[in-house]
Design a protein around this ligand. Structure first.
Ligand SMILES: *Cc1c(COP(=O)(O)O)cnc(C)c1O
Length: 406
């Protein structure tokens, strides 16, 4: 609904404070924890007010597809942490991308994305929206010149994700914002992996920050959610009207779970990133491992940029290649490590307090041809590890079950 960006709090509060305090006003009952408003309809005080609300001339809820107070609290809280004027919550990360492209582009418009982006993002923009005449270029993640060279007269959006999954490739947000703005286009950033705790794209010139709330914002692997953080103008005048008619709204229960997730985002991200750094350094020392991908390691190709852009922190996601002499052997060895786990989970998700491992070559990137996969740098020996909150010693011991028996 009216994405209330104003709140009763004094100005100048820090993100950690805003993360536990920003919400719609308490109800007449004075509940301390934010209320969960599970309702699809709203009783109108009188017919005139109802008419004004439907016209958008007066604040107030009308119908569950158009807005919900619990969803508004989540939107206010995430906007406050990202540092944007406003936010629009959606039912999943993909529906946030759907809403953004559907709202801002039309047939004949052009969008630039990177080849390292989330697989469904590339598929949605490069294949599904292509059916409606939306043009796209797919460029190398960290090559600013390639993004610049891909700009056309009809380019409306540059859409970047940094760091990426599973290679933790980084791109320069500030440089891409300049490229976008010089072309009269917008820069959108998928901030799923760094989260606003480590990276605030709005301060580097991004116009739209997209989230899969399913990941670190929930943080405990419970619900699907998404969001677009942007200016009041973009949210109110562009996203909201399309949102109301497209049914992409976030469910109130999921919003309530996320409100609580955001309260611990800062401490979770810092704790999980610290554990990920310890794991990355340890993995680099293991004789069975060929390479570790993690932004805080000096061996990372964009280490300096990543540290500058991500508050000196690498995030909670890393990947590593198991040593092998052929692709066949690499796959067997990676499977052996995964099948030997006794504590950590083999699970296609990330951003959980439980450590989750995946084999990208046979799952998220399983549909690519061998040539496409090796061009993307994803081998059969690669394991992705989304580090949770378990004790680092226990994580290491669990990985050694497989590594020591290769
Ligand atoms: C998971 C993910 C998405 C999609 O989000 P869903 O909530 O699964 O729809 C988009 N981008 C990134 C980087 C993701 O990890």
């Amino acid at each position: 609904m009216k994405t209330t960006s104003q709140s009763q709090l004094p100005p100048g509060l820090h993100p950690e404070t805003l993360a536990v305090r920003t919400a719609i006003p308490r109800s007449q009952y004075g509940e301390n924890s934010e209320a969960l408003y599970l309702t699809s309809g709203y009783v109108q005080p009188d017919a005139h007010t109802s008419a004004q609300r439907f016209l958008g001339e007066e604040d107030g809820y009308t119908y569950g597809r158009a807005g919900n107070p619990t969803v508004t609290s989540f939107e206010m809280r995430l906007a406050a942490i990202e540092g944007t004027e406003s936010c629009m919550a959606t039912s999943s990360g993909m529906s946030a991308i759907m809403l953004m492209i559907f709202t801002l582009l039309k047939s004949g418009d052009h969008v630039i994305i990177s080849q390292s982006m989330f697989g469904s993002t590339i598929k949605l923009i490069g294949t599904e929206f292509a059916r409606f005449g939306v043009e796209s270029s797919i460029v190398a993640q960290s090559d600013v010149a390639a993004w610049k060279a891909a700009v056309r007269q009809n380019t409306k959006i540059l859409f970047a994700e940094t760091p990426t999954n599973p290679l933790t490739d980084v791109c320069d947000i500030q440089a891409l914002a300049d490229v976008a703005h010089n072309a009269g286009a917008l820069l959108a950033v998928d901030n799923c992996f760094a989260t606003p705790v480590l990276q605030r794209p709005i301060e580097m010139g991004a116009d739209i920050i997209m989230h899969s709330g399913t990941k670190y914002l929930d943080g405990q692997g419970r619900v699907m959610a998404g969001a677009l953080c942007a200016s009041e103008k973009l949210v109110k005048e562009k996203f909201l009207p399309v949102m109301k008619n497209s049914g992409l709204i976030l469910a109130p229960f999921n919003a309530w779970v996320l409100i609580k997730g955001l309260e611990t985002l800062d401490i979770r991200i810092r704790a999980q990133s610290a554990k990920a750094l310890e794991m990355a350094k340890w993995l680099e020392q293991q004789p069975q491992i060929a390479r570790v991908y993690y932004p805080s390691l000096p061996s990372h190709p964009q280490h300096e940029l990543a540290m500058k852009q991500m508050s000196g922190n690498g995030g909670a996601l890393l990947s590593f290649d198991v040593k092998a002499s052929s692709a066949e052997e690499a796959r067997q060895r990676a499977f052996h490590v995964l099948d030997s786990l006794q504590v950590l989970s083999l699970c296609t998700n990330l951003g959980d307090t439980k450590t989750l491992l995946t084999h990208p070559a046979s799952t998220s990137h399983g549909k690519l041809s061998d040539a496409q996969r090796s061009a993307a740098g994803i081998g059969q020996g690669m394991i992705r590890m989304a580090v949770g909150l378990e004790h680092v010693g226990d994580m290491q011991a669990d990985l050694l079950h497989g590594l020591n028996t290769l």
